[in-house]
Ligand binder design. Structure first.
Ligand SMILES: [Zn+2]
Length: 408
């Protein structure tokens, strides 16, 4: 089977193919159109959803793509392949499948992780009525960063020099943590989580509250890319409380070892782009979904990262990615043409064009859907009430699942 053919190279095509596959599979379709933005080719930007299975199913497998823009090309391929090749016949009793396509359609279209407000949507599920955590290292990073270089290579070198200076002062983990955990002060620095709930989260919340009002349990898969490990493998970032019942349940589907915090720390340490251990997180979408659906429904699952072989592809360093992303974003906001090649580099870094990578990624995704559906079948058969447990908005993973300290 030519599974790699489920990949698309533009948002408009990916959206069309997802919606066609959903219709052919007999899914109910839902769509939320972005109120102000259009895409690369002037196309409408929408979050599309497809529901397959009984409306009153107690267990819903919720699979999201494109929370981080171009990472969605792989998630979209996985969703479209499942709708085309598996579909209704593979749904167990008591289980529905809900696909949400392109959580960040603007970034999906333009090749950027962030949305049109420069917000990382997977850091945006905060309670914005409460004080937000401060980010002193990010302030220092912005002061150090010399962004005046016209030349891309010089800008990358300056970006690296700023990060290296901070690492000498604070240590590598602290810098990586500060630039990735989610910050709420500096739109032009990495990890900006916004100052208000974004349109995508509002749209997603209204969809989930409408469609999952009868659900008791959600099996959550938020497709992301791309960690350097091996083609066809995954890294599981389970954001349930470790050792909690929901964490153990996700471990039952995907392997206890695979979701173990020690495993994830080791995977993080092995990828030179990621730093020495798993960082803290603020405002994750999965935590938002838990808040929205509690107390009638609980959520078990993970961000699932597609991996690729680090030897085969040339990687885009975090510094190069930061420079390319910033320049594309700045050009788009001025109404100018982005620097040539930048979108292509960012797409390749999120979704390799190699046919064998694509083939193995979809193969592995279909297997993961099967395992998750088997777990969902068992969950439905248990016929138990939701037990959402402790709900958080922020957590540090170094000490297990310590809730991040609230600002003074
Ligand atoms: Zn991601």
């Amino acid at each position: 089977l030519d599974l790699h053919t489920h990949f698309s190279s533009t948002y408009a095509v990916a959206r069309q193919r997802f919606c066609d596959a959903a219709r052919r599979a007999g899914a109910r379709g839902f769509s939320r159109r972005h109120p102000t933005e259009t895409g690369l080719e002037g196309e409408a930007l929408t979050i599309d959803a497809a529901w397959l299975g009984p409306a009153e199913a107690p267990v819903v497998v919720l699979s999201l793509s494109g929370t981080h823009g171009p990472e969605g090309y792989a998630g979209s391929a996985a969703q479209t392949a499942w709708l085309t090749l598996e579909g209704k016949a593979s749904l167990p009793r008591g289980v529905a499948m809900l696909f949400v396509h392109a959580v960040n359609p603007w970034g999906f279209s333009f090749g950027l992780r962030v949305n049109e407000q420069q917000v990382d949507l997977n850091r945006n599920a905060m309670d914005f009525t409460r004080p937000l955590p401060p980010s002193p290292i990010v302030a220092q990073y912005l002061a150090l960063r010399d962004d005046d270089h016209g030349d891309r290579e010089a800008a990358i070198a300056a970006e690296r020099a700023a990060r290296d200076a901070l690492k000498r002062e604070h240590g590598a983990w602290a810098v990586h943590d500060a630039l990735s955990r989610g910050q709420y002060e500096f739109p032009d620095a990495p990890g900006f989580g916004g100052r208000a709930e974004q349109w995508s989260l509002q749209a997603l919340r209204s969809l989930l509250q409408e469609l999952c009002s009868q659900a008791r349990h959600i099996a959550y898969i938020d497709w992301h890319t791309l960690i350097e490990k091996r083609d066809g493998e995954f890294v599981f970032l389970c954001f349930n409380e470790p050792q909690g019942a929901l964490f153990e349940r996700a471990g039952g589907w995907w392997g206890r070892e695979a979701i173990d915090p020690a495993t994830v720390d080791a995977q993080w340490a092995a990828d030179p782009a990621l730093g020495s251990a798993r960082p803290s997180r603020n405002g994750l979408l999965m935590w938002g979904v838990q808040h929205w659906l509690a107390p009638h429904c609980d959520v078990a699952g993970a961000v699932v990262e597609f991996c690729r072989d680090p030897v085969v592809d040339r990687s885009l360093s975090p510094e190069a990615r930061a420079v390319d992303s910033r320049r594309v974003f700045a050009a788009l906001r001025r109404g100018a043409t982005p620097p040539p090649g930048a979108r292509e580099r960012l797409l390749e870094a999120s979704c390799p064009s190699r046919t064998d990578w694509r083939q193995r990624a979809v193969e592995a995704a279909l297997q993961l859907y099967r395992r998750t559906l088997e777990g969902a079948r068992a969950w439905a058969a248990e016929d138990i009430a939701a037990r959402p447990g402790r709900l958080v908005r922020s957590a540090g993973f170094g000490a297990g699942f310590a809730e991040a300290r609230e600002p003074a």
